[in-house]
Design a protein around this ligand. Structure first.
Ligand code: URA
Length: 308
């Protein structure tokens, strides 16, 4: 069921929520500046069809035969759009639940915030360090009750060193605002992968495995009461499965004892009008889960730190 447009506006999603041609001409003109793009240009490997996901490969090795990536093309020639530059690794490619066997430093779980941030900033554990501009550690309240986890930095995030600063990030901020949440005050946002995969390719198994201790430590330090996993990659990486978004949504999972709600990646939602109401339902489930967590701790409604 699509959200009513007035509700969309009321929720503050208007500028990035409604597709071109749906809203008034004036609104559309304003939006052109924000998200519009030439219709003929498509991001490569756009990630749709979460309801009927393709079968996934269970084994890490050997890798399944795949269409050759557009690797011959210099990265600067790839027609990435600002609005969509973080789509390619959102929901499409199979993610392997089986972790790669890699050596990771054993002391990460002992690091405090500063030491952890420094470790990530200087990390050279995988090949992604070679082409990054910045590591993207995370942003927000380090004692937040809500933690949101995405996949990996895109071009804008790599440039700015902050997660979700592109159009997907604007949509995410608007969605959070509807729940009285914001990265400035009461949410912590991080990614599974801290460095941008070149050309926005899918992260490799060993890259995920080498980065994993950082996210684990961030979760330990934040101690969130609820985690929202955005997109299939984040959800599968956290929950160590190969399930579809459709099958993971609508249930409360757990990551190291913390309730996890799975939802669509905001970049996917920029293109998929029909799933935006589902994303809102996911956030409402996260809110209810959060309230239940508070109630279990004996925190009265209204006295909570975060969210509505
Ligand atoms: N997509 C993500 O998953 N994370 C970001 O930080 C940006 C885009």
């Amino acid at each position: 069921m699509a959200l009513d447009e007035s509700l969309v506006e009321e929720l503050g999603f208007g500028p990035v929520w409604v597709r071109r041609g749906v809203a008034t001409a004036a609104a559309a003109a304003a939006r052109e500046e924000v998200i519009d793009a030439p219709a003929a240009v498509e991001a490569p490997r756009v990630t749709e069809a979460p309801e009927t996901p393709p079968p996934v490969e269970l084994r890490a090795e050997p890798k399944p035969a795949q269409a050759p990536p557009p690797a011959a093309q210099p990265e600067s020639d790839i027609p990435l759009l600002d609005a969509y530059d973080d789509l390619p690794w959102t929901d499409e490619a199979p993610i392997h639940a089986e972790p790669a066997l890699v050596d990771t430093p054993s002391d990460v779980h002992t690091l405090d915030w500063d030491a952890l941030a420094e470790r990530v900033a200087n990390c050279a554990l995988c090949r992604l360090c070679e082409r990054r501009t910045n590591t993207v550690f995370g942003v927000g309240d380090r004692e937040a009750d809500w933690m949101l986890i995405g996949e990996a930095p895109g071009e804008n995030e790599d440039k700015q060193g902050e997660p979700f600063v592109g159009q997907a990030g604007k949509l995410l901020d608007n969605m959070l605002r509807a729940l009285a949440l914001s990265r400035q005050t009461n949410v912590y946002i991080a990614n599974v992968i801290k460095c941008r995969p070149p050309g926005n390719r899918n992260p490799e198994l060993d890259e995920v495995a080498r980065c994993e201790p950082y996210l684990q430590r961030q979760v330990e330090l934040v101690k969130p009461k609820v985690i929202v996993a955005m997109g299939r990659f984040a959800a599968q990486s956290l929950l160590k499965n190969e399930a579809s978004i459709a099958s993971m949504r609508g249930r409360v999972h757990a990551y190291r004892g913390v309730p996890v709600i799975v939802t669509y990646h905001p970049a996917y939602l920029l293109r998929s009008l029909q799933d935006k109401s589902k994303a809102w339902a996911d956030l409402c489930l996260a809110r209810n889960t959060y309230r239940e967590a508070l109630a279990a701790l004996g925190v009265e409604q209204g006295a909570q730190k975060d969210g509505v």
